[in-house]
Ligand binder design. Structure first.
Ligand code: NDP
Length: 285
């Protein structure tokens, strides 16, 4: 068996086209504000990509770049302005934030109706209750790819590797809503390989390059690799490359289908962010 590639880039492109069509057809003008504090190079790339993607669909994007020394009070002031700006429908604060700022306090200050990341406690609570809400973009994207790959998720054993508030926990909630039998594994889990081997669906989100080995993958499983890890390129150590949390070459002979890194979950995260922003703009009418 060699895994079928789950082409997240292609699905994301289709979703972005659909969003652009809806914006044109309904003469909408969704606004996405992206706030970046500091100079983290990876965050700068993410913020640039999100802003560019928003504009390509016909949204307007506002970039707020604040210095590394920004205080919590100053950032709360920016959030307050954006909460009251009627041209802004979605607010995204790029994480991580510098240590002097309490990220939870910032997330809690965002108007839940503009929380297109889905990280606000109101949206997280609604997700766990199964109520309509803004669903965090990365797990939302993973679910779209899973539904495209598997005709029926009900009763499948799903293992979510990682329990962060932004990926692991909401991913587990969504799989539960889809009637999977869900296990959440983390750094204290005993016999992780055995937990993985029992899973029909394996979602890896831990930020450890090539952590999941080939023989951890149940034959025929669907593997969603959320990890984004930059490592030295083995062929040319002066260069770097992006790899996932799963050892792709080892896992491919075992899995039925797998997402690549890059080109799997990453583009879906951006597409779902745009989808959430469109939803916020429509709800504000
Ligand atoms: P966090 O660092 O917040 O969480 C990592 C989780 O992995 C924790 O729950 C931790 O367990 C667990 N973990 C870490 N090491 C191990 C280990 N050795 N064995 C078992 N569990 C372990 O990460 P995020 O959830 O924010 O991100 C995870 C990965 O996903 C990263 O590579 C990140 O770059 C990527 N990512 C990709 C996105 C995309 O669009 N493709 C979007 C967001 C993230 P514990 O809780 O016990 O410490």
């Amino acid at each position: 068996m060699t895994a079928r590639l789950i082409d997240g880039a292609k699905t994301a492109q289709r979703i972005r086209q659909e969003i652009a069509e809806q914006i044109r057809a309904n003469k909408l003008s969704p606004g996405l504000a992206v706030v970046l504090v500091g100079e983290n190079p990876a965050s700068q790339v993410y913020v640039r990509n999100k802003g560019k993607a928003a504009e390509e669909t016909g949204m307007h994007s506002l970039n707020h770049r604040l210095p590394e020394t920004t205080t919590q009070a100053q950032l709360l002031g920016v959030i307050d302005e954006l909460n009251h700006d009627t041209s802004v429908h979605g607010i995204l604060v790029q994480l991580p934030l510098p240590p002097q700022i309490d990220a939870q306090a910032i997330i809690a200050a965002i108007d839940p109706a503009k929380d297109v990341d889905g990280f606000h406690p109101v949206n997280a609570g609604k997700l766990s209750l199964g109520l309509p809400c803004f669903v965090p973009c990365t797990p939302q994207g993973c679910m779209i790819l899973l539904r495209e790959t598997l005709s029926d998720l009900a009763g499948k054993k799903a293992l979510v590797l990682g329990r962060s508030n932004i990926v692991g926990k909401p991913m587990a909630q969504l799989l539960l809503q889809a009637d999977c039998t869900v296990t959440v594994a983390h750094s204290k889990t005993r016999d992780l390989p055995a937990e993985c081997r029992a899973a029909d669906i394996l979602v890896a989100a831990i930020g450890r390059p090539h952590f999941v080995k080939g023989d951890w993958v149940k034959p025929g499983a669907v593997v969603i690799d959320v990890g984004i890890n930059r490592i030295p390129n083995p062929a040319d150590p002066a260069k770097t490359e992006l790899v996932g949390d799963v050892d792709f070459a080892e896992a491919a002979p075992h899995a039925r289908a797998m997402t690549p890194v890059p080109g799997g979950v990453g583009p879906m995260t951006i597409a779902c962010l745009l989808g959430n922003t469109l939803k916020a703009a429509k709800k504000s009418l």
